[in-house]
Design a binder for this molecule. Structure first.
Ligand code: EPU
Length: 307
């Protein structure tokens, strides 16, 4: 069955089979679900109402051969202008957005905002999660890419994760059994992050709040406030991508509505009215210059989705 008609069949099944707690749209614009604010529509977008909805949607998509992807808060995501074929899932409904504090641990769903997780840790007097407070993503997205800042990363404070395997099985797994590296966790190519247990170190709420303020100030002093997808490239060995782009004289370079931030070279800004094609052309230009002038192969850090 061609993807288009299989997707229509999937939409019909999901409309009938998802619980009332779920949300579902067809031809849903994704630009407004990303911080970069560019890109086309998702054929079908589902916000599962809970774990049963999630397993059902993934199972039906696999049965019909419809490709599926999970997005989070869209803060590290570049959607191409042609949109995303098949099913896009977003775990943002209340069942995935709960945080529970249990002594030194925080149990959080994939849809919890990192800012809220860091805030809950602060109020509970738990240190070590402050760096997450300035990352505009969700727990699920942070697990998937092992998001980080200020010399820390997500898996450093994760004790266990909860995942959904393709065949419909949920599993809680110790983080020590999950290989994670710089901005990378390959497990999530095959399964979906549903939640995690984070661990903090006992401290005072005031001390944790002070550290969060300090990191926030550092962030606002070094990163631009406009619409972006965070850092565009991973840092290559030897030089941070932002410094490299700065040294190449590319800050301020503009293509259409997209430009390289004048504040931080590794951010591409949507000045308003940018298309994904503008952003991709700018990425290409930067990669060419880095290759030609320094022999450095820059790898994108943002997830690029769609056609
Ligand atoms: N620099 C320049 N010019 C620039 C930008 C940076 O010379 O235009 C220099 C800075 O002065 C500094 C060095 O490059 O000496 C590194 O810059 P920065 O401290 O801003 O850190 P970064 O390596 O560019 C990383 C993460 C950020 C995270 C910050 C803060 C990556 C790709 N980026 O940036 O993460 O917020 O550290 O910890 O690892 C993201 O992942 O989207 C992201 C923004």
């Amino acid at each position: 069955m061609a993807v288009r008609s299989a997707t229509e069949a999937l939409a019909a099944r999901l409309r009938a089979g998802l619980t009332a707690a779920a949300g579902m749209w067809t031809d849903e614009p994704l630009a407004r679900r990303t911080t970069m604010r560019v890109g086309g529509v998702a054929d079908v977008l589902v916000e599962p109402g809970g774990e049963a909805d999630l397993a059902y949607a993934v199972g039906e998509a696999d049965r019909l051969g419809v490709p599926w992807r999970v997005i989070g808060r869209g803060s590290n995501l570049l959607v191409r202008d042609g949109g995303v074929r098949g099913l896009v899932l977003n775990l943002c409904r209340p069942a995935f957005a709960e945080i529970r504090v249990e002594e030194r641990r925080l149990v959080a769903g994939a849809g919890v905002r990192l800012k809220d997780l860091a805030g809950a840790a602060q109020r509970a007097g738990l240190a070590g999660l402050e760096f997450l407070g300035g990352i505009p993503g969700s727990v699920g997205g942070a697990l998937r890419m092992n998001a980080g800042a200020w010399e820390s990363d997500t898996f450093r404070c994760v004790e266990s994760i909860r995942v959904l395997h393709r065949e419909g099985r949920f599993e809680d797994r110790p983080a020590s059994e999950v290989p994670a590296a710089y901005r990378r966790c390959d497990l999530f190519r095959e399964c979906i992050a549903v939640g995690a247990v984070f661990r903090g170190e006992p401290s005072s709420p005031e001390a944790v709040a002070g550290r969060m303020r300090e990191l926030n100030e550092r962030r606002w002093a070094s990163q631009p406030p406009q619409s972006s997808a965070g850092c565009i490239f991973k840092n290559p060995a030897g030089i941070p991508a932002g410094r490299l782009i700065d040294e190449l004289g590319l800050k301020g370079t503009r293509i259409g509505g997209a430009s390289v931030s004048t504040v931080h070279g590794n951010f591409i800004i949507n000045e308003g009215g940018a298309t994904a094609a503008d952003v991709l052309a700018l990425i290409d230009r930067i990669r060419c210059r880095a290759r030609e002038e320094r022999g450095i192969e820059l790898q994108t850090e943002v997830e690029i989705l769609g056609e």
